[in-house]
Unconditional design. Structure first.
Length: 102
């Protein structure tokens, strides 16, 4: 039996923080799929609406803050009318997302 080597360009400590909490993993996957569909940064509300299950917005915002601290998300700007933050995946966020989705 052969097992492929895991990629060396992933920070495994950050990966473990993502998979350790279900909501962080769901939030990461949700933003990744939304960015793939639309090609633009997303708000916390849009991320919450795109989740597979119904989750409180406060939990999503906390997960986003955690992912910002880990360097997997970045603030990409503000919305026009209400000045809400727009979030985008970083390069490391994309790498971790690809590993989570495997």
């Amino acid at each position: 039996m052969s097992v492929p080597r895991p990629p060396a360009n992933i920070d495994w400590r950050k990966y473990s923080w993502v998979v350790r909490a279900k909501i962080r993993g769901l939030t990461l996957v949700s933003l990744g799929s939304l960015e793939e569909k639309t090609g633009s940064p997303q708000t916390a509300t849009a991320i919450r609406k795109h989740l597979e299950r119904s989750v409180n917005l406060n939990l999503v915002i906390r997960a986003i803050k955690d992912l910002l601290k880990l360097g997997l998300f970045q603030v990409a700007g503000l919305t026009g009318k209400r000045q809400g933050k727009l979030y985008r995946l970083t390069r490391m966020g994309r790498r971790v997302l690809n590993q989570v989705q495997q």
